[in-house]
Design a protein. Structure first.
Length: 272
């Protein structure tokens, strides 16, 4: 499922979603969530449907056209809502989506319209989430930083999908302490082989992780960063993303988060 809101980012988001859908032999659902002001009832908004339908139809028609190079069947849907990102979660659950692709700006805007606990909502992801920070996508050279973990697995899957779809060249980055450089190279080589990226360019850097990603990432067309802990999406929508060096990159960034099981204790008392 690709959640659209901005015509300027539509083509990039659809290209990402199309590549992922192809790699999973899946359908592509393009959803336009129209956020209605709280003071306007959904009934009144629906009465003004002609104008809304016209703008939504233009956005979704562009999405269908941009999805044409991919083999995935395409469906479209328009949703009127007061709830913003909650509606994206509900649509993902209702449609049984395997992954959601959305824009960074859309997540930030929609996140200000959450009823209840955003942290709880974002820690119970219905599926994989991919949040793109950029307007254009031309991923000839893709960098995937990794330290292992489920979200890095998702980053690798997306990199493979882009390689298959557009011939992207993939590089992997692992950052370690200076004394651990040899072990880091061994880890990265093993991780690459285990994720179908044994032929990728392997880069091991030492020092601060964020600084290394920022420094190395400038030389690439896209950096795919996997979440290292739960709650990446909630930090994005609150504007408190900790990866300042990543946010400062001129290179487009794709933030990836894969849901992980939570115990009953975690749900009752919070993750520790």
């Amino acid at each position: 499922m690709v959640a659209l809101s901005n015509p300027r980012t539509e083509a990039a988001l659809v290209a990402l979603a199309g590549a992922v859908a192809d790699s999973r032999d899946a359908r592509l659902l393009a959803v336009h969530v129209v956020t209605v002001p709280d003071q306007t009832s959904l009934e009144n908004a629906a009465a003004n449907r002609e104008r809304l339908d016209r703008s939504s139809a233009e956005l979704l028609s562009a999405a269908v056209a941009d999805a044409a190079p991919f083999d995935a069947p395409v469906e479209t849907k328009t949703i009127l809502s007061h709830r913003g990102i909650e509606e994206v979660f509900d649509a993902a659950r209702a449609t049984g989506a395997d992954a959601v692709v959305m824009g960074y700006g859309g997540a930030r805007f929609a996140g200000g319209r959450v009823e209840g606990s955003l942290d709880e909502l974002a820690r119970d992801l219905p599926c994989d989430f991919l949040v793109f920070d950029g307007r254009r996508l031309d991923p000839a050279d893709v960098l995937v930083p990794t330290a292992g973990g489920p979200s890095s697995d998702l980053s690798a899957e997306v990199a493979l999908a882009l390689r298959e779809a557009v011939g992207a060249e993939v590089s992997l980055l692992h950052v370690v302490e200076e004394s651990d450089e040899a072990a880091g190279r061994e880890f990265l080589a093993d991780w690459a082989e285990g994720h179908g990226l044994g032929d990728a360019d392997l880069r091991v850097e030492t020092g601060d992780v964020e600084a290394a990603i920022g420094r190395v990432g400038e030389g690439y067309d896209l950096v795919i960063v996997g979440a290292t802990e739960r709650g990446l999406l909630s930090r994005i929508v609150r504007g408190s993303l900790a990866l300042a060096a990543v946010e400062a990159l001129d290179t487009p960034v794709l933030l990836a988060e894969r849901p992980t099981p939570r115990s009953l204790r975690d749900r009752l008392f919070g993750d520790r």
